[in-house]
Design a protein. Structure first.
Length: 291
């Protein structure tokens, strides 16, 4: 096997896995705090892509400014989603949460088709044809920048959860709701913040991938089910587990596509998920505690 090809596939897998991690970490955070499986998470990623495209194509924003713009826009959508709908869900209202978020996903998806049509949009940046060449390897600069953005965003999320009062409140609420209430933690404020952060991470992912892939109303579908598989593999509600599982899936998909067939790529995450559910129902890093 060509060592250069193998290294190229590993690097591509890490780059892809980092973007998966952004979406999966946000999904895992929302589940950990609210106990809601957010089926509208893919559409938040889609809104992030459209926000970045609109910002760069119509508002004249730079690539970096468009990422901040997208993050802010999707965070606001997350805030609106929680205050208008998610806060009406009662504790352990799992089935209603699924139906509610699936309905939101359909509304957002079809709303995007109505306003933007199903035609894919191409987002142009000054970095489109830039590559970093290391020996015989060629790494697309946009993908490398997306990796750096993903690492920074996930690190910031982890720091918030571990070292800030708001983050510790989220962890407390996720691990023992009754004890959190007894010490004065306000569930609605904490849950709102969790949804806003999860949505903001989707905004970052959508903006980072907008120049790499085309932007269209159905772009969230391919990511959301894979994100669910990643969250299950890592352990429901386990943030570091979701991030590591995302990198693992990215590498496995890259190797499957490069050494086997591209048809196998989409099956990798779900085959691994089934195996994990059979032999480790709590996930690779699941310990029964969330966040």
């Amino acid at each position: 096997m060509n060592s250069t090809l193998l290294m190229q596939l590993l690097i591509n897998g890490i780059l892809l896995g980092a973007i998966y991690a952004l979406i999966a970490v946000g999904l895992s955070l929302i589940f950990g705090v609210l106990e809601i499986v957010n089926f509208a998470h893919g559409e938040l990623y889609m809104i992030g892509g459209f926000a970045a495209w609109f910002g760069m194509s119509h508002l004249g924003l730079s690539y970096w400014t468009a990422i901040l713009f997208s993050m802010g826009m999707v965070a606001c959508v997350g805030w609106l989603l929680y205050d208008s709908l998610l806060n009406t869900l009662k504790e352990h209202d799992f089935q209603r949460g699924i139906l509610l978020t699936m309905g939101v996903a359909m509304i957002l998806q079809n709303g995007a088709i109505y306003f933007f049509s199903a035609t894919p949009r191409v987002t142009e940046t000054p970095y489109d044809f830039s590559n970093l060449i290391i020996g015989d390897m060629r790494i697309n600069l946009l993908r490398l920048m997306a990796l750096a953005i993903a690492i920074l965003a996930i690190a910031a999320c982890y720091f918030l959860l571990q070292h800030t009062r708001a983050g510790k409140s989220m962890r407390a609420l996720a691990q023992n709701r009754e004890a959190a209430l007894m010490v004065g933690i306000q569930p609605r404020k904490v849950a709102r913040l969790a949804v806003i952060i999860g949505a903001a991470l989707c905004g970052v992912a959508g903006a980072a991938l907008a120049p790499i892939y085309s932007v269209h109303p159905l772009m969230g579908l391919s990511f959301i089910f894979k994100a669910f598989a990643i969250v299950i593999i890592g352990g429901l509600g386990n943030i570091p587990g979701a991030a590591l599982a995302a990198i693992l899936i990215g590498i496995m998909e890259s190797l499957a596509g490069g050494l086997g067939s591209t048809v196998l790529q989409d099956a990798v995450a779900f085959v691994l998920m089934i195996l994990i559910l059979l032999f480790r129902p709590l996930g690779l890093f699941g310990k029964g505690a969330r966040v």
